[in-house]
Design a protein around this ligand. Structure first.
Ligand SMILES: [Zn+2]
Length: 1040
C-alpha cells in the first residue's frame, strides 16, 4: 500500500501509476475511450491534473475566529426589518427586538481560501488535529460549526420580548428551549405555577395570535389557557370519575398491551415502575449485532463499489422493534443522526451536523384523521399525544418531550375505532406517528379562509413573444374544475406591462371588463369587489377571459415591465382574505418599484467569487413579509431567456412560503421541451393539494434545541414557521444542538405540527412524531449517521454560506465537513495508523455525495451556467424534499436496453421493472447499450453506437442507429413489450414529482452529451476532480 504522503495531491502524476502498480483499487485507471471523443471529460486517474485544480479543493483552513461559530447567514435573518416601517400590517405585529446579528457582517469573507495547495506544505496547514476535534472553544474549529450559536449571536429568530425573563430555573436563557424547567419531579411541580408566571408577563408579550393557537412553547400554552379557558376542557386535567360501569374494570393485562414498548423511561422520571431499562438496552445491543455490515470499517481507497444497486434506504433507528414499528416514515421526517449523541461535546467530536429533514405535507395514501373534541396535548409544552409517550397507568401519561405527567382525559378513554372503553393505548393517536386532527374552533383566529387564487401575467412584448400565455390560459381552462376548493373558491386575474390591468368579472357582465391603471407610482385597486369573484358563480366569464387573454396583447409593443407595482396591487387585492398569487414573469422588471438592473457578467460565471447571489434590493423580501402577514403566498414562474435576477425576484416566494419555477428560454415554438414541462408542471401545480393560513412548529425533547430553519417560510416568533400556503412538494430542514446533557435518557422524540386550513375550509393539524435512541459513544454516533440526510442538511447550509460569505467559502466548508468527520473518526474511534481512507459503513458514501454537491449546479465552478440557473438550483436545494435534492445531486443511472421483469414491482396491474443503479462513471457505460440518467428534474437516455437492433426498433422506433435523431424528447408509444416496459418505468419515476423531468434521448454525437457527462460525478471534468482524486485529497488531509 502506498504511503499517504505519496498519494497526496502534490504528486498527482503518481496517482495513476500508484494505482496501476498494484494498489487494490481494482477499478483504478481503466481507460474507457468510449466517451473521449469530443468532450473534455476524462475519467482516467493517470491523466495530469487540470490546471485549475489548485482552486478547486481547498485545504483545511481554520475559521477566522472573528467570524464566529455561525458565519453562514441564515435564510431567515430578518434584521433589515427593524428599520422597515411597512404599511402597517405584518410588521406591526412582529416582535421587534433587534436581531443582534446582521447577516451583512457575514458577507465579508473572513475565512478566505488558503493559498493554492501547490504552495502548501503540510506544515502550512493547521497541524494539530486536536484543535479540530476537541476544542472546547468552537471558534477554533474548522469552517463548519454545527453547534448552537452563542446566546447573543442569534440567527434568524424573532424573539418575543417577554419569553425570557421569568423562566426561572432555565439558566441558559436559550430562546429556543421551550421548557421552563428540568424534568425532575420537584421542578415539574413548578409547571403548575407557570401559568401564573405567564399571566404576569402576558402584558408585555407582543401579540402573536397564531403562536397562541398552535400553542407553542410554554409561553404560548399559557397564553392559550388564559385566552381560551375552554381549552382546559380539552386538555382534560380534571374529569369526572369513571362511569359506574367502568369503575371496577381491572386494568388490562399488561402483557397484551403494546404499552410495555412504550414505557421506556428516562432516568429523571419518578414513575419508572415498569422498567424497560435493561431489556431495552439489551435489545439495542442485539440490534447492533444484527446489522454486522453496519459495523464494518471500510477503506474507500480499496473498496470502490459502495453504491447500492437499489435506492439507498434511510437507516433504521436502533430501537426496540415495538417502538420502531410505530416510528415515523423517514420519507416524512428524518434526522441526520439516528443515534443522538447525549452531549454537545460528543456531537462536536463527531463533526457531523445534527438536524432534521421534513416533508410534512407529502401526499399520503393512508392518513389517519381524527375527529374528536379532545385533542390531547401536554399541558406544559403542548406536545400532541403520540406513540412515544409513556402511560403511567390508565389515567396518566407522561410527555416524551418535557416529561410532564398529564391526566388522560375522559374522552380519550373511549376508542372511536374499536368502540371500546378503557384502553387509551389503542387510540389512533397513540398508534400512529403520523396523524391528522380536525381542529376545533379553538384553533382558529378567524373563520377558515376560502381558497383564493390570483393569477398575475406579464403581457409585455417580450412575454407575448414567448407565447406562454396561450399555454397557461389553456392549462387553466383545462384544470379549472380541478382547482382545490369548494363553493367558496375565488379567482381573479391581473395583467401588466408598464401599466397594470385589472379584470372585472362582475355578475351580469356580458364579457369581462378590463380596467387599466397607469399610475404605477401609487397603485390603487379599482372596483376591488369585482376583481376576485366566486369561481362557480362566474365560471363562464372566467372561461371567456381565459380564452381571449392570449389574443389581447399580440399587437403590444410595450417592452417595459412593472412587476413590482403589479405585485403590490396583487397584495392589496388579496390582503382581506389571504390566498395564493401565481405570478408569471418573462424578463427583468424595468419600471416602478422593484425595478432591477442586469448583474450577470458572463466572464465571471466560472469563478467562485464575486457573483451576485444576494438580492440587489430588499423590495421583494419586504413585500413577501407583508404578504406573509396577510396569509398570502406568491409563487413565481420565471420564463426568461435572459438574466432576470432570480436572486432578487425569488425572495417574493421564499419569504411568503411560495415556490419558484424556472423555464429558461421558454418559447412556444423553438423550445417544445419547455412547453411540455410548463404544461405538466402547471397541471400538478394547479391540482395539487394546498393548505392555507398555515403555521408549523417543530418540538423536540427537552435538552435538544432547534436553532436554524431552512426552506420557504418566514420565522414568526421564536420557532413558529409562518406558511401562508403549504403544498405537498415542499421540504424543510432544521439544525439542532444538544443544549443540556441527555445523560440517563434512552430516547428522544421530535414532533412537527402543521396547522392549516384545507381547501374545503376545514382547520386541520397534521402531526408527525419521530423517536430516536440516545447514545454515549462516538462510535455509536457514527454508526447511526444518515448520510443522505447529512448531505441534504449540508447542502442547505452551503446555500446559506454561499450567500452570506461566498461560493468558495461554501465549497471549502463542504470539503471540510468530510475531512473533519473522517479525521475525528480515525483519531477518536479507530485509533489506528492503518493506511488508507477509513470510514464507518454508514458514511461510506459521504465523500461521494459531497463531491456530487461540489459538482451540482448550485455549487459548481468552472461552468458557464447562467447565474439565474445557479440561483434556481439553490432555490431547489432549499425547498425540495430530501429525495429530490439527492436525485438532483447524485442522479440515478440505469441500463435500460435489457430491462426485464425480474424483481419488478407490480402496481395497479402494471409491471414496473427495477434495473440496478449504476455508479456515475463512464466506465459503467458501454457502446452496445442504452442508459437512462434520472437527475430529478431532467432525464437523459444515452444510446450507444452499437446499441442492439431490438432496442432501436422496439423502443425507439428507428431501423438503425444512423436514423436516430441527434436529440429526441419523447419515447414513441410503440406496441411492443420493450416499449411498454421502459414506458412504465419512466412514468413510474416521474410520478408525483413536483417538477416534471423532461426526457432527452441523445446519441453519441448529440450536443447534449456534454450535459450528460457532467452528471458523471465520479469522473474528472475540466474543472473538477474525479472521485478517486477527491478521495486521495481527503485521505491526505485526514491522515495528517
Ligand atoms: Zn410536554
Amino acid at each position: 500500500m502506498a504511503q499517504p504522503g505519496r498519494l497526496g495531491a502534490s504528486s498527482p502524476a503518481q496517482n495513476g501509476a500508484v494505482s496501476a502498480a498494484g494498489t487494490p483499487y481494482s477499478n483504478g485507471p481503466v481507460q474507457n475511450t468510449l466517451m473521449h471523443s469530443q468532450v473534455s471529460v476524462s475519467q482516467g486517474y493517470s491523466s495530469p491534473f487540470p490546471e485549475s485544480y489548485p482552486h478547486q479543493i481547498p485545504a483545511k483552513t481554520p475559521l477566522n475566529p472573528a467570524s464566529g461559530p455561525y458565519n453562514y447567514g441564515d435564510s431567515q435573518t430578518v434584521s433589515s426589518l427593524n428599520s422597515y416601517q411597512g404599511p402597517g400590517q405584518t410588521l406591526s405585529r412582529l416582535p421587534l427586538e433587534p436581531n443582534p446579528v446582521t447577516p451583512l457582517q457575514n458577507t465579508i469573507p473572513l475565512s478566505r481560501m488558503p493559498p493554492p495547495p501547490s504552495s502548501q506544505t503540510p506544515a502550512a496547514l493547521p497541524a494539530s488535529s486536536d484543535s479540530f476535534l476537541y476544542g472546547p472553544n468552537p471558534s477554533l474549529s474548522s469552517n463548519w460549526q454545527y453547534g448552537h450559536p452563542q446566546v447573543g449571536s442569534k440567527t434568524n429568530h424573532f424573539v418575543p420580548v417577554s419569553t425570557q425573563p421569568s423562566l426561572s430555573g432555565n439558566t441558559n436563557l436559550s430562546r429556543n428551549n421551550q421548557y421552563a424547567s428540568l424534568g425532575t419531579p420537584s421542578l415539574q411541580n413548578n409547571y403548575v405555577k407557570t401559568g401564573d408566571m405567564s399571566t404576569a408577563s402576558n402584558g408585555s408579550v407582543v401579540e402573536n395570535s397564531y403562536d397562541a393557537i398552535e400553542g407553542g412553547g410554554f409561553m404560548a400554552s399559557s397564553q392559550l389557557t388564559n385566552q381560551n379557558p375552554k381549552m382546559s376542557r380539552n386538555v382534560g386535567y380534571s374529569y369526572p370519575s369513571l362511569p359506574p360501569g367502568y369503575q371496577n374494570t381491572s386494568p388490562p393485562n399488561m402483557s397484551e398491551r403494546p404499552s410495555t414498548a412504550l414505557q421506556y423511561t428516562s432516568g429523571l422520571q419518578p414513575f419508572s415502575q415498569s422498567p424497560l431499562g435493561a431489556n431495552h438496552l439489551t435489545t439495542r445491543m442485539g440490534g447492533l449485532s444484527l446489522h454486522s455490515e453496519g459495523l464494518r470499517v471500510i477503506n474507500l481507497l480499496q473498496e470502490r463499489n459502495m453504491l447500492p444497486t437499489a435506492s439507498l434506504k434511510a437507516p433504521v433507528p436502533n430501537l426496540h422493534e415495538d417502538i420502531q414499528k410505530l416510528n415515523c416514515n423517514p420519507e416524512l421526517f428524518r434526522c441526520t443522526l439516528t443515534n443522538i449523541p447525549q452531549t454537545q461535546t460528543l456531537l462536536n467530536k463527531a463533526k457531523l451536523p445534527l438536524g432534521l429533514l421534513l416533508h410534512p405535507f407529502k401526499d399520503l395514501l393512508q392518513l389517519p384523521v381524527v375527529t374528536s373534541n379532545t385533542i390531547v396535548r401536554c399541558r406544559s409544552c403542548r406536545t400532541y399525544i403520540n406513540p412515544f409517550v409513556s402511560f403511567l397507568d390508565q389515567r396518566r401519561w407522561k410527555c416524551n418531550l418535557c416529561y410532564r405527567v398529564n391526566d388522560v382525559p375522559e374522552e380519550f378513554m373511549y376508542n372511536p375505532i374499536t368502540r371500546v372503553y378503557g384502553d387509551p393505548l389503542r387510540r389512533p393517536e397513540v398508534q400512529n406517528a403520523t396523524i391528522e386532527f380536525m381542529a376545533p374552533s379553538e384553533y382558529m383566529l378567524r373563520p377558515p379562509q376560502p381558497p383564493v387564487y390570483l393569477f398575475v401575467f406579464d403581457v409585455s412584448h417580450n412575454a407575448v413573444e414567448t407565447g406562454y400565455l396561450n399555454s397557461v390560459c389553456q392549462s387553466l381552462l383545462d384544470n379549472l374544475d380541478s382547482l382545490p376548493g369548494n363553493t367558496r373558491t375565488k379567482i381573479g386575474f391581473i395583467t401588466f406591462d408598464s401599466t397594470i390591468h385589472f379584470y372585472s368579472l362582475q355578475e351580469g357582465l356580458s364579457q369581462p371588463q378590463m380596467l387599466i391603471v397607469s399610475d404605477i407610482e401609487d397603485v390603487f385597486i379599482p372596483m376591488p369587489e369585482n376583481l376576485l369573484v366566486n369561481l362557480n358563480e362566474n365560471k363562464e366569464l372566467i372561461q371567456d377571459l381565459l380564452k381571449t387573454l392570449p389574443q389581447m396583447f399580440t399587437k403590444s409593443l410595450e417592452t417595459h415591465s412593472a412587476l413590482g407595482p403589479a405585485l403590490q396591487s396583487a397584495y392589496k387585492l388579496m390582503s382581506p382574505t389571504g390566498g395564493r398569487i401565481s405570478v408569471f414573469q418573462t424578463q427583468l422588471p424595468s419600471v416602478g418599484v422593484g425595478a432591477l438592473k442586469s448583474r450577470d457578467e458572463p466572464n465571471q460565471r466560472s469563478s467562485a467569487k464575486e457573483i451576485h447571489l444576494t438580492p440587489s434590493t430588499d423590495f421583494y423580501k419586504k413585500l413577501a413579509l407583508d404578504c406573509s402577514g396577510q396569509q398570502v403566498a406568491v409563487d413565481l414562474f420565471l420564463l426568461s431567456g435572459q438574466y432576470s435576477d432570480l436572486a432578487s425576484l425569488g425572495c417574493i416566494s421564499r419569504y411568503s412560503a411560495g415556490s419558484v419555477y424556472y423555464y429558461p428560454s421558454y418559447h412556444h415554438q423553438h423550445n417544445p421541451v419547455q412547453v411540455e414541462k410548463l404544461q405538466k408542471e402547471l397541471k400538478r401545480y394547479l391540482t395539487r393539494k394546498i393548505g392555507f393560513e398555515a403555521v408549523m412548529r417543530i418540538r423536540c425533547t427537552k435538552g435538544l434545541s432547534i436553532h436554524t430553519f431552512h426552506g420557504n417560510f418566514f420565522v414568526r416568533s421564536t420557532d413558529l414557521l409562518s406558511l401562508p400556503n403549504v403544498n405537498p412538494d415542499a421540504g424543510y430542514a432544521v439544525q439542532m444542538s444538544v443544549e443540556e446533557n441527555l445523560t440517563d435518557i434512552q430516547v428522544v422524540s421530535f414532533q412537527s405540527a402543521l396547522l392549516y386550513t384545507s381547501s374545503k375550509g376545514e382547520r386541520r393539524i397534521r402531526v408527525h412524531t419521530m423517536c430516536l435512541p440516545v447514545v454515549s459513544t462516538l462510535n455509536e454516533v457514527y454508526l447511526g449517521a444518515d448520510v443522505q440526510a447529512i448531505t441534504g442538511l449540508l447542502a442547505n447550509m452551503a446555500v446559506d454560506r454561499s450567500i452570506s460569505a461566498s461560493l468558495s467559502d461554501a465549497r471549502d466548508a463542504l470539503v471540510n465537513a468530510v475531512i473533519d468527520s473522517l479525521s475525528a473518526y480515525r483519531t477518536s474511534v479507530l485509533n489506528s495508523q492503518q493506511p488508507g481512507l477509513l470510514v464507518p459503513f454508514s458514511l461510506r458514501l459521504f465523500p461521494l455525495f459531497v463531491l456530487a454537491l461540489l459538482k451540482q449546479k448550485s455549487f459548481q465552478t468552472g461552468t458557464t451556467a447562467h447565474l439565474d440557473e445557479r440561483i434556481f438550483a439553490m432555490c431547489q436545494v432549499k425547498n425540495q424534499p430530501l429525495v429530490y435534492l439527492m436525485l438532483m445531486t447524485h442522479p440515478n443511472l440505469y441500463r435500460v436496453d435489457n430491462l426485464s421483469d425480474e424483481g419488478a414491482l407490480n402496481i395497479n396491474d402494471k409491471t414496473i421493472p427495477q434495473p440496478s443503479i449504476l455508479q456515475l462513471s463512464v466506465e459503467k457505460l458501454s457502446r452496445d447499450g442504452a442508459f437512462l440518467m434520472d437527475a430529478g428534474t431532467v432525464m437523459m437516455l444515452w444510446v450507444g453506437k452499437n446499441c442492439g437492433q431490438n432496442f432501436l426498433s422496439q423502443v425507439l422506433g428507428v431501423p438503425n442507429y444512423a436514423s436516430l435523431p441527434l436529440c429526441m424528447t419523447y419515447l414513441p408509444d410503440l406496441d411492443t413489450a420493450e416499449s411498454a416496459r421502459i414506458g412504465s418505468f419512466i412514468s413510474w419515476l416521474r410520478e408525483h414529482r413536483p417538477f416534471f423531468p423532461v426526457l432527452y434521448i441523445i446519441r453519441d454525437e448529440s450536443p447534449l452529451k456534454a450535459t450528460f457527462l457532467q452528471y458523471m460525478v465520479e469522473d474528472r471534468t475540466e474543472s473538477a476532480l474525479s472521485y478517486y482524486e477527491f478521495l486521495l485529497h481527503v485521505q491526505q488531509q485526514v491522515n495528517k
